[in-house]
Design a protein around this ligand. Structure first.
Ligand code: CTP
Ligand code: MN
Ligand code: MN
Length: 510
């Protein structure tokens, strides 16, 4: 079902034919008999090819200088799968479908490991044979890679943090953000979807041909991809990065509590720096923005995993004081396996608590931290949750659970006897923390909703609406045809209700 798994992994079963003495062009011992490599010179160049051949032979790999029947693995650089396939056809190679077509990144990893490493989707040059099926005789033995159609919905794709197309996704993230700042929703969504689909690909886009058959890539997007392939950068992106409005919005919205409306206002007033804004007597700031300026340096420097873990302990201990049976789950980016984040998110739920106890918990926890001097900022929002309310139709609707947006004081931990961490600085860091409290029977929906990514959530809801005539949000799933709420105790059950294959949290990084 998964395109990444449609690709055969591990060494081939077929043993290479031995071709006698012609192989032994080097004095090096062959340690890996099952593989016979051929390195493609095209777009790599003679010198680099010779270097890589020598290096691989020294590591015990069998490398052919000429393409022959014994070759099992073709290694190429700066060539797409279709480029390599085209070249092989010109060489009159018969059993193309039996060859592994690999990017040089695989060989380089093998060199690092000193042995053949597993070939994964990021190494395998994906070839789409559907346009010319006659080219691959005998391909019924081996499933051709990536013939599985890529879905337009992120919830039908696996997106790990292993992004082979960062060059493109960084560019589209910037363009999407610029359209967001300009309140052009259509273009913003188009670029976010393009970035999301590229993040899910198990192979890097090397030529425009590689984009064939991939959804969510419109003409504008393809044009930018082409520009980046040719010049290594996009003129549109450079223009945005130098744009006054983009630069100012980016800077202003980096302050906690500053949204598009405030950024727009400050920009129109002619402000371009935070220091001018901070020192302006005529401006009024919200309590949130005051905290945002006060802890600015700490908050812009991302939260790392060790800090997130320390906050996890802090939250679990405080919750356990008041509701020992409560379940506390770290959600958001850290649940998806990210190493850094702009905050740490938690979902709290209790199977045994009364409504009263449930409503009191966040108050008690934040009061405790206030007494301990750890609460730098607290915005507690009471629940507006109603049991029988239909899920929201809006893709980006906020949920109705009780929650608090906090800034906590996290004291640095002493690392062994090392004093250096204690010498400099104030000894603590301000960390943004989000806590959400939900009724126990809604925990699966809340967990799914708060795990993200935002793009993954949007596509889940869009999929539910358009493909299943259902309504999904952070509280519930409603089947419009049967006119019933579908209950769930786990995320797996929600995916099953939607008729979707389960996607693990670390595969939701759309
Ligand atoms: N979310 C939500 N309602 C909100 C805020 C967030 O449902 N009012 C959900 C979003 O779907 C989001 C997830 O909670 O994906 C986590 O939100 P956020 O902390 O903003 O994003 P992360 O993915 O955790 O990214 P980061 O690492 O930057 O914090
Ligand atoms: Mn987060
Ligand atoms: Mn958050």
């Amino acid at each position: 079902m998964d395109p990444q798994q449609a690709v055969p992994l591990g060494p081939r079963k077929k043993r290479p034919k031995q071709t006698g003495t012609s192989v032994a062009a080097t004095p090096h011992d062959i340690r890996f008999q099952d593989l016979v490599l051929f390195i493609l010179e095209k777009r790599m160049g003679t010198t680099r090819r010779a270097f890589l051949m020598e290096l691989a032979r020294r590591k015990g790999f069998r490398v052919e200088s000429e393409l022959s029947d014994s070759v099992t693995h073709i290694v190429a650089e700066n060539n797409s799968g279709s480029d390599v396939l085209e070249w092989l056809q010109l060489q009159n190679v018969k059993a193309i479908s039996e060859l592994e077509l690999l990017d040089v990144s695989w060989l380089i990893e093998c060199m690092g490991a000193g042995k053949p490493v597993e070939m994964t989707g990021k190494h395998q040059l994906v070839v789409r044979r559907n346009s010319s099926p006659s080219h691959a005789p005998g391909s019924q033995n081996i499933p051709p890679p990536a013939v599985q159609k890529i879905s337009q919905y992120a919830c039908q794709r696996k997106t790990t943090l292993n992004n082979c197309n960062q060059l493109f996704t960084d560019a589209f993230d910037i363009l999407a953000e610029n359209y967001e700042f300009r309140e052009n929703e259509g273009s913003c969504v188009a670029f976010m979807r393009a970035a999301a689909v590229l993040r899910s690909l198990p192979f890097p886009i090397i030529s425009v041909k590689d984009t064939e058959g991939i959804p969510c890539l419109g003409d504008k997007v393809k044009c930018i991809i082409e520009g980046i392939i040719e010049d290594g950068e996009s003129s549109e992106v450079i223009a945005v990065l130098n744009d006054e409005r983009y630069k100012s919005f980016k800077l202003f919205t980096s302050v906690f509590g500053v949204g598009l409306k405030t950024a727009e206002k400050w920009f129109r007033m002619g402000f371009r720096t935070l220091s001018k804004i901070k020192s302006d007597e005529s401006l009024r700031f919200t309590r949130m923005q005051k905290a945002g300026f006060l802890y600015y340096e700490d908050l812009v420097s991302c939260v790392n995993r060790a800090e997130a873990e320390a906050i996890n302990v802090l939250v679990k201990e405080a919750v356990a004081v008041f509701l020992p049976d409560a379940l506390v789950t770290m959600t958001g980016g850290f649940r998806r396996g990210k190493m850094t984040g702009h905050d740490v998110d938690f979902l709290i739920t209790s199977p045994g608590a009364t409504e009263e106890e449930e409503q009191q918990l966040l108050h008690k926890v934040t009061d405790l931290w206030r007494q301990q001097g750890l609460l730098l900022y607290c915005d507690l929002i009471e629940s507006t949750f109603e049991k029988f309310k239909l899920p929201s139709r809006k893709v980006d609707a906020l949920d109705h659970f009780q929650k608090c947006f906090l800034i906590l004081k996290l004291y640095h931990q002493r690392v062994g006897s090392d004093e250096s961490s204690q010498q400099e600085g104030k000894g603590w860091k301000a960390i943004r923390v989000d806590l959400v409290m939900c009724p126990y029977d809604r925990r699966a929906f809340a967990l799914l909703g708060w795990t993200g990514s935002r793009q993954f959530e949007r596509d889940l809801r869009r999929y539910a609406t358009h493909e299943r005539k259902m309504m999904l949000d952070n509280h519930a799933l409603y089947d419009k045809t049967k006119r019933v709420f579908l209950e769930a105790d786990s995320e797996e059950e929600i995916f099953a209700h939607l008729g979707l294959d389960y996607i693990e949290p670390w595969e939701r990084n759309a």
